[in-house]
Design a protein around this ligand. Structure first.
Ligand code: AMP
Ligand code: ZN
Length: 112
């Protein structure tokens, strides 16, 4: 499958790693939108949040637990934002499930 995040997960395309275990990978976004901007992905290909089911949803909890740990390590005690863009209306540009961990500046609400 021609999926850029699968290729990053397999090591075929390089990335700047922030976290790795057997299930997930965290790496720095190429186009950071905040002083800390890390993408967290499952190594297994899941196309988007629309494909999360009772069978594969454990990975989402694991990603959030790692996000909390990374936030602490990056000094985000004042808070942070975890974003998942899903589908066309959600603004998803890479069709492999990923969560953005953004921090180090004050965020606006609502998003555009
Ligand atoms: P989204 O718009 O939610 O699908 O987010 C995709 C994100 O992936 C964007 O923030 C891109 O900057 C980022 N991105 C795309 N290709 C790479 C790459 N090779 N390495 C790191 N980040 C990437
Ligand atoms: Zn993929």
């Amino acid at each position: 499958m021609d999926c850029i995040f699968c290729k990053i997960a397999s090591g075929e395309i390089p990335c700047k790693k922030a976290y790795e275990d057997d299930q997930i990978l965290g790496f720095y976004d190429l186009d950071p939108q905040a002083p800390t901007h890390i993408l967290l992905i499952p190594k297994e290909h899941i196309g988007s949040a629309m494909e999360i089911t009772a069978e594969n949803s454990q990975i989402v909890g694991h990603i959030f637990a790692v996000a909390a740990k990374l936030a602490k390590e990056h000094g985000l005690e004042k808070g942070f934002r975890i974003v998942n863009n899903c589908g066309e209306d959600g603004g998803q540009t890479v069709q492999h499930l990923h969560f953005h961990l953004l921090g180090g500046r004050s965020m606006q609400w609502p998003p555009g």
